[in-house]
Design a binder for this molecule. Sequence first.
Ligand code: ADP
Ligand code: MG
Length: 720
Amino acid sequence: MATLRQKALLIAQGRSRVTVTPPSNKVSDYYGIYVFGLKQMKESLAPSVFKKVMEAIEKGSKIDPSTAEEIASAVKTWAMSKGVTHYTHWFQPLTGSTAEKHDAFFDAHAGIEKFKGTALVQQEPDASSFPHGGIRSTFEARGYTAWDPSSPIFIFDKTLCVPTIFVSYTGEALDYKTPLLKSMEAINEASVGICQLFDRNVKKVVPSLGIEQEYFVIDKSLFATRPDLVMSGRTVFGHNPARGQQLEDHYFGSIPTRVKDFMMDFEIEAHKLGIPVSTRHNEVAPSQFEVAPLFEEINKAIDHNQLLMDLMDKVAEKHNLKVLLHEKPFAGVNGSGKHNNWSLITDTGVNLFQPSNSARENLQFLAFVVATVKAVYDYADLLRASIASASNDFRLGANEAPPAIMSVFLGSTLTTVLDELEKNGNVKIEKGDNMYMKLGISKIPEIILDNTDRNRTSPFAFTGNKFEFRAVGSSANSAGPMTVLNVIVAEVLRNMLKDVEKEMSGGKEKKIAIVNVLRKYIKDSKKIRFEGDGYSEEWEKEAEKRGLSNLKSTPFALDTYHDKKVVEVFAKHNVLSSIELHARHEIMLENYIKKVQIESRVMGDLALNHVIPTAIQYQNKLIENANGLKGLGLDNKAAVETIKEVSRHLESLKQNVNAMIDARRKLNKEEDVAKRAKGYCNDVKEAYFDKIRYSVDKLELLVDDEYWPLVKYREMLFIK
Ligand code: ADP
Ligand code: MG
C-alpha cells in the first residue's frame, strides 16, 4: 500500500491549472465594487447625513442614533443589491487573526430584512473566548465592538463587514485597532506641533503605510500530509533539498503557472475589495513570493493587510494551494517578513520624509528624520518587543533576515548631512540660504531613492521618502509595531518641540533653535545608526560594544513592558494604560507558551509515531539483509554500518524526545507566566528542538525513500 506521502505526491503531480478570467480588461471597472466607501455614501446619503459621517471620520465625532439609522439603511440596500444576506462586525482581537460573528438581515418575526443603526454602531459579541489578559475577569465579563467609520465597510464572502474596535465594558482595549487609532492621534498632535514651526497651515498629519507581504505557497495535499505545518504553520523536520536557494534563481524569476493563476485570482478579489495591490514577484527562497499594495492611511492599510491575508487563504483553496504566512515555514531557507513602509503626510499634501529642493522644507524633513532615529534609539527594546513572537524568533537573525538588534540605516547622503549638521557648530543666522549651505542641508537631492544606496540587511531603513521597518513578521498584525512606532516618534517630537521652545525663550532665533536641538538629538542617538552589513557577525560584536540590545527570544524581549519608561510613554500619549499594557504582555507570553508547546508536542508525536517506527521498520529490513548476506558468507559490512548509524540516531532521538516531554511536564507546574514562557524558551525549545531535528533529518537521509512518511522539502518547495 502506498504511504500517505506517496498518495499526496501523486495528487500534487496530477494537478492542472485553474485559470481565471478577470471581470473586465480594466481594473477600474470593478475596483472597489465591494466597498461602501465615501463615494457610495455620498451617492446614497442625504447631504446632511453625509456631512456627519465626514465629521466622524475626520474629527472622530460621535454618530448620533438617527444618523446611524440612515447610514445603516443605505448600507443594507446597497449590500442586498449585491446578494448579501448577513452582516458582521469585523474586528482584530489579540489572537492575531480577524474575528466575525454573522447575523442575518432577515428578521423572521417581522418577516422583513432589517439592519438597525444600533447594529451598525455597536455590538456585543460573545467575547469570553478572546484573549484579554485578565482584564475582563477583573472588571466586567463583557466586551463590545464599535464601528470605526474611518475604515470603509465592505462585503467579504457574501457578508457585510463593518470594521470595528473591540473593547471591554470598562473601556479597556481588547484589540489591535483601538490603540492604533489612539496612536494616530498622538502622532498627529505631536507632528502638527513641529510642522507649525515651519508652516502654520498644517492642521493634521496622518501616518501612511505600505505593507509588502511575503509568503510561501505549496500544494494543498502536500500541506495536509504534514501535521507540523497543519498544527504549527512550520515544518519542524525536513532535510534541506540538494538545490535550495543557493542558485538564487528564484528571485524575480518567472512565476510558476499555478501560482500566477492564484495571484491573478486573489488580486482580482482584492481589487474588488478596494485593496490597492500593485506588485507581485518571486522572493528569494523557492516557492516564496511577495505581494505589495500601494500605501494608504495607516489604519486602512492594516485593515487591508489583515483582509488580504484572509483572502489569500480563501482563494488558494480554489487553486488547490496553501498559503504559508509563518515567518519560517522551512529551516535553512529565507523566512518571510512584512516590510512596513511608513511615512507621515500632512493635510497640505507634504510627505514629511520627502527631501526637497527648498532648504527650509529640508530643515523640517531633517527634524522628522532625526526624531525618528532618536525614537528608535530611545525605545529600541520596545520596538524589538513589538515584533516579538514565537514564529518571528525563528526568522530574525537567520538566513537573510535582520537580527534582533534594532538599528537604523540612513544611506550615505543622509549620513553625510547628519554628520555635517552635528559637526558644524555655532552657525550664525545669515541672510538667504547661507546658513543652510553651511549646515550642508541646502541641497539634499530631492530623490535619494537611488537603489544602489539601499541596505537590505537593516531592520529599519530610510528608503528615500519613508522608513521601512523590515523586522515585522509575515504573520503579524502590523498594528502592534505601528502603534509603537507612532507612539515613540510622537514622544520624541513632543520633546523636540519643548526643547526648541526652550531655546527660543532663551533668546535664540527659531531656525537656530531648531538646529541646536537637532544637533543634540543627532549626537544622542548616534549609536543606533548602522550602515554596514546587518547580517554579519561583526555587527553583533560591534552592537554589543555600542551597548545595543540583542534580545533573541520573545519572552525575554517582552520584559521591557515592565520598564517604567515604556509604561509611561504609552500612558502619557493615552494609547495604552498600564493595565492594558500589562494584559497585553500576559497575552503575548501565553501565546508564546502555547506556540512552543504545540510545536514541541507535534515534534514528539511525529518522532514517536512516524519517524521512529519507520526507522525501525527499515532497520529490520537491513537486519534481514545483513543476516542473509552473512548466511551466504558474503561481506555485510555496509549493511551493519547503516544499522549502527540508524540505531545511534534512534537512540538519541528517543532520549531527547523523552527529556523534552519531562521538561514540559516540569514547566507546566510553574505558575508565573513569564517564568513559564522563559522556561519554554530555554528548557524546551533551545534545549531540544535542534537536537531532535538533527536526528530526524539524519534519519531522513538514511531511511529508504519508499518508507519515509513525511513529504520532503524538495517535494514541497518546487511547485510547477
Ligand atoms: P521596495 O523597493 O522595498 O520593494 P517599493 O518602492 O516597491 O519598495 O515600495 C514598497 C511599498 O512602500 C509600497 O507599498 C509603496 O506603496 C510604499 N510606499 C511608497 N511611498 C510611501 C510613503 N510615502 N509612505 C508609505 N509607504 C510608501
Ligand atoms: Mg522592501
